[in-house]
Design a protein around this ligand. Sequence first.
Ligand code: PBE
Length: 266
Amino acid sequence: GTGSAIGESTDYKIIGIEPGAGLMAQAKTAMKDYKLDNWTLVEGSSAAMVAELKKAYSKKEPIIITGWSPHWMFASFDLKYLDDPNGTFGGAEEINTIVRKGLKEDAPGAYTILDQFSWDTSDMEKVMVDVSGGMDPKEAADKWIKANNDKVAKWTKGAQAGNGEEIKLVYVAWDTEIASTNVIAKVLEQNGYKVKMSQVEVGPMFAGVANGSVDAMVAAWLPSTHKDYYESYKKDLVDLGPNLKGTKNGIVVPKYVDIDSIEDLK
Ligand code: PBE
């Protein structure tokens, strides 16, 4: 097209997140699929994207972001996903736990806990809301664990206690993964392990588990979002299956923005 009102009012910018995120690859594909030639996908970070959203929202200015669920922003702001008639962003997905080869033999208790780790979007949202409100992620994880002993008991059932062995967890600083990684780290600690968490980009997260320099991640969005990373490393990974079901990715706008579909950006 030659231009649109929404394009003019947003400077033809879609506010993205970390360049390596699966969501960014999907957004680039969407821009081709929907022929959004005039538009720019702005790279940055999840935190910077939320800061832009807050700023625009407080002034009721139009803004277009890449978004995903679960996320606390849907509880804090009135937002909507733009329709995606081409299905570029895929459907509902799962987040899988993936560990390194040999972890089962080296730390059987930690392996069992990671294997049994599974929760719901509403659980994860509780942790995310506390963190977004300024609570330290470790404290928010601790609070959720104390309130959900029954769930945690299922994860630790039959798990041999650790003997101070170090478990290295990797994650990307997405709000979802800050929540899940802190919770599982705390549970591992309570079961006799010493946990080291490191924050990395998505490529190194998969590479680290595949080459065995780290032990585990709880942050693989499958089958579509992290498909390329998963395919390139899967022969060196142990996939323990979903820890959460029912995620969603897409292009998100505040409800006061008067468009409904990605097609309306053209
Ligand atoms: N995200 C959304 C991840 C998975 C989907 C930002 C949490 C990503 O885009 O890679």
